[in-house]
Design a binder for this molecule. Structure first.
Ligand SMILES: *[C@@H]1O[C@H](CO)[C@@H](O)[C@H](O)[C@H]1NC(C)=O
Ligand SMILES: *[C@@H]1O[C@H](CO)[C@@H](O)[C@H](O)[C@H]1NC(C)=O
Ligand SMILES: *[C@@H]1O[C@H](CO)[C@@H](O)[C@H](O)[C@H]1NC(C)=O
Ligand SMILES: *[C@@H]1O[C@H](CO)[C@@H](O)[C@H](O)[C@H]1NC(C)=O
Ligand SMILES: *[C@@H]1O[C@H](CO)[C@@H](O)[C@H](O)[C@H]1NC(C)=O
Length: 218
């Protein structure tokens, strides 16, 4: 059982997100074209709020060492009950980072899967993206899968550049450079898919005016 979630932590930027998830066979399908403040299908925590149809993940006034996250309210079974095995899944969402010309970069944000009921850990703001802390950051037993859009280089675990990365900890296993300033204000489209047969996770990113890129397995 898992929940699909989006997290952000202490980023001086606005992020607007549209999300839908399409897990396969006898599991959950949903499509959210507009995040409505009165709808109960998304749980907003920390600084995350629905705003004019999208999710804003930060408080624009107080954004240092903060966390915001939006999660699907129901369990999302990643299980094919007919075949009795793990199910494939696909998700697509769009986001905009608006740096508002800030001179420094915030920590970043990510799409993640975690056990249903997973709470924001204590002391997980900043580079831990609201998902890990010094106790859990390199612990595989987290049962978290993270596709991160990392806009701040943490010398302890990051490569020397901003990146999109995948791992089950704060350090990415596969990654590619991603320059947040270059795509300031642009709508970025992200597709994430999991093939349960090959146990491979793939993330594809489409940016206006730039070539698409993918990380993970084909
Ligand atoms: C990490 O988070 C867990 C869960 O909230 C908590 O039990 C633990 O004390 C935290 N570790 C630190 C160093 O804050
Ligand atoms: C991926 O995460 C695991 C812990 O979940 C960690 O031990 C490993 O170092 C990470 N991989 C890389 C390349 O950083
Ligand atoms: C912020 O990130 C950009 C890349 O998007 C980089 O060129 C710049 O040096 C970074 N600024 C700081 C203060 O780290
Ligand atoms: C990122 O893009 C900005 C804006 O185009 C540019 O000034 C900066 O040098 C780039 N940083 C890196 C590390 O490529
Ligand atoms: C998963 O990978 C297998 C083996 O490459 C392939 O046959 C299958 O079509 C893939 N499933 C999806 C949903 O792409």
């Amino acid at each position: 059982m898992a929940t699909a979630l989006i997290n952000i932590s202490s980023v001086p930027i606005n992020i607007l997100i549209l999300l839908f998830i399409l897990p396969s066979a006898c599991s959950t399908n949903f499509q959210i074209a507009r995040f409505d403040a009165t709808a109960a299908n998304i749980v907003y925590e920390g600084d995350a709020v629905p705003s004019v149809g999208v999710i804003e993940l930060i408080d624009k006034v107080n954004y240092v060492c903060r966390v915001g996250r939006a999660t699907y309210a129901e369990r999302v079974p990643l299980w094919d009950c007919h075949a009795g095995k793990a199910a494939d899944f696909t998700t697509h969402f769009s986001f905009i980072v608006d740096t508002q010309g800030a001179a420094t970069n915030g920590s970043g944000f990510g799409f993640f899967l975690a056990p249903f009921g997973f709470q924001i850990p204590l002391n997980s703001a900043g580079g831990f993206l609201g998902l890990f802390n010094t106790t859990t950051s390199d612990f595989a037993g987290n049962h978290i899968v993270l596709v991160e859009f990392d806009s701040y280089v943490n010398p302890d675990w990051d490569p020397a550049y901003q990146h999109v990365g995948i791992n089950n900890s704060i350090a990415s296993v596969v990654m590619t450079p991603w320059n947040v300033s270059l795509h300031d204000g642009d709508t970025t489209d992200v597709w994430i898919s999991y093939n349960a047969t090959t146990t491979s996770l793939k993330c594809s990113v489409e940016l206006p005016k730039y070539p698409c890129f993918s990380i993970g397995d084909n």
